[in-house]
Design a protein. Sequence first.
Length: 457
Amino acid sequence: MLTVVRVHLPSDIPIVGFELTPNVFLRCFDTTVTTDDVPETSPLDGHFLCYKWYRVHSDTTSVEVGRSKTYTPTADDIDHVLKFECSVVDAVTKLPVGQVNTLLTNRVITAATPVPRRVIRVDGMGHLDLDNRMTSLGTFTVMSYNVLSETRASNDQYNYCPPRALSWPYRRQNLLREIVGYCADIICLQEVSSGIDGCATFFRRDRFSHVKKYEVEFNKAAQSLTDAMIPTTQKKTALNRLVKDNVALIVILETKVDNQPVDNLGKRQLICVANTHVHVQQDLKDVKLWQVHTLLRGLEKIAQSAYIPLLVCGDFNSVPGSAPHSLLAMGKVDPSHPDLTVDPINILRPHSKLVHLLPLVSAYSSFARTTCLPFEQHKRRLDGGTNEPLFTSVTRDFVGTLDYIFYTADSLVVDSLLELLDEESLRKDTALPSPEWSSDHIALLAGFRCLKSNSRH
């Protein structure tokens, strides 16, 4: 017969509006263990599972609130503990067999609800209706977001954030709600692995099909570089400096229109999306620049093989005006740039190699190029010298821009942008992360339209 071995709830902080789904571990007749559901309509070994949810009141009385495996807390549950019961039932007699397994949650809380960020058309037409978005051929949205890894979200580093709001179960659900709410067609996330630097790229399967992916492992590139250029006596030092476990993920997607991938000329439309997380250490300016240059060289090879729009997204851990940002935005680094003075193992020489021919433009600079009055408040959230956001990360010790969405301006045009936040609204909770915003970065999102094919030179 079936036996319930263990019942476990992935999130121990129930939040109003967020679905709860316990993991129920079953031992079957053949001693195998499974987490598969066994409903009354499909009994196993003559038994099925019965579920019940209760709201527990302060006087220990309980009110039944659900009879399915999943339950979504409501406003009525706030400040109450929830109890989940799972029992094995005989399919013939309909009577419970064995003991009833139960678990109790923490008290139900309500998540903070920040004012929704609007998506703004950059042609001055105002708010973009997400429900009717992207109906024209070759139009799509891309989001880039460093979600703050569970490993880095420590109470020591972010002691201004309430521990409850800093816990991963709370942040995971809050981040998911935010990300899903943006309805992006392509999502580039950073800090998603069990470590710090993992990248993940998602796409809507009804909009795109996957063609190919490339994983840029900077560690392997570092090994190749040291083998080819670094003297034997310096190889260990060079590897210690260059090997930082950062990665970049390059994905080639094919657009779908009525399930047929085509572009403006009736040919199939490909889009290349790069997603990266550059090393964070500020004193390793040479490593940051080398990582960005390595990524751009790989993207240039892809661009040379076919006409394909490119998007370069991620957390570059580089402020506007830094050497990595200059390389991305200007296609070169001035030989007199102060960042180039940090190069102890000579990986940046000759400086003349620090160039690329991709026509990259930062998506958020489109706000600066608009002339309509409604855009004045958005322009005020840009740095007048660089046309980049004043910040994409706000902590107690740092305010600045580290995240970007770059695009090739000969093949794409910006259609819309997710509005930026003002620092004052974030400072009411000291900084990020906060109960409202669950990362120390803010999400960036841009809508694009594909231009007709031209030869890229």
